[in-house]
Design a binder for this molecule. Structure first.
Ligand code: IMP
Ligand code: MG
Length: 175
C-alpha cells in the first residue's frame, strides 16, 4: 500500500488524550456507554477509553451503506449493542465523519432507544464531504478531502494496523 504520511502517531496520541480529558470532564461523576462503530472505531476507542478517568461501558454497533446509493443515504445496522441504552449517557465513537450518513443513521437509532444523552465523538472530520447536516460533539482532527488509512481506517480492509494516518496514493478523492 502506497501511503503518504499525514498525521503522525504522536499527534494522534496527543489529540486522543485531549479528547479523553474533555470527555472525562464533561461526564464527570457519570458512567458513559462508549458505542464504538465497527470496524474503524476500534483502535481510536481502545486508546480513548484507556485515557478516560470516569467509568465506561463499551459496546459496538456496525452499519453498512448500500452500494451505489450514496445519494439517498440508505444505511442499515448490521450489528447492534447488547447494552440497554435507555437512560444512559451514550457516546458514539467513530473513526471519521465523511458524508455524515453513517453517523446520522446511528445517532437516530440510538435516540430511538431513549438515552439520557447522546454525543458523537470522531477522530477525524472531513467537512467538505458532508451530505447530511451533522456535526460531531467531540472532534480529534479536521482534514481535507483525502482518502486516508491507518489507525483503524482501511482501504479494502487493509491498513487498519498502522499507528499513524496517511493518504492513500492514487486515490485522492474519497469513495
Ligand atoms: P460517512 O457515512 O460517509 O460519513 O462514512 C463514514 C464511514 O466511511 C467511516 O466510518 C469509514 O468507515 C468510511 N470512510 C470515510 N472516509 C474514509 C477514509 O478517508 N478512509 C477510510 N474510510 C473512510
Ligand atoms: Mg471502511
Amino acid at each position: 500500500m502506497n501511503v503518504t504520511p499525514l498525521i503522525s502517531a504522536e499527534t494522534i496520541q496527543r489529540r486522543v488524550a485531549e479528547l479523553a480529558d474533555a470527555l472525562s470532564r464533561r461526564y464527570a461523576e457519570r458512567e458513559v456507554v462508549l458505542l464504538v462503530v465497527l470496524k474503524g472505531g476500534i483502535v481510536f476507542a481502545a486508546d480513548l477509553m484507556r485515557r478516560m478517568t470516569i467509568p465506561v461501558v463499551i459496546d459496538f454497533v456496525r452499519a453498512r451503506s448500500y452500494e451505489g446509493t450514496e445519494s439517498n443515504g440508505a444505511v442499515e445496522l448490521t450489528f447492534s449493542p447488547e447494552t440497554p441504552l435507555e437512560g444512559r449517557d451514550v457516546i458514539i465513537v467513530e473513526d471519521i465523519l465523511d458524508t455524515g450518513q453513517t453517523s446520522h443513521a446511528i445517532r437516530e437509532w440510538v435516540r430511538a432507544k431513549q438515552p439520557a444523552s447522546v454525543a458523537l465523538c470522531v477522530l477525524l472530520d472531513k467537512p467538505s464531504r458532508r451530505r447530511v447536516d451533522i456535526e460531531a460533539d467531540f472532534t480529534g482532527l479536521v482534514i481535507d478531502d483525502h482518502f486516508v488509512v491507518g489507525y483503524g481506517l482501511d482501504y479494502e480492509q487493509q491498513g487498519r494496523q498502522f499507528p499513524d494516518i496517511g493518504v492513500l496514493n492514487g486515490k485522492e478523492r474519497s469513495i
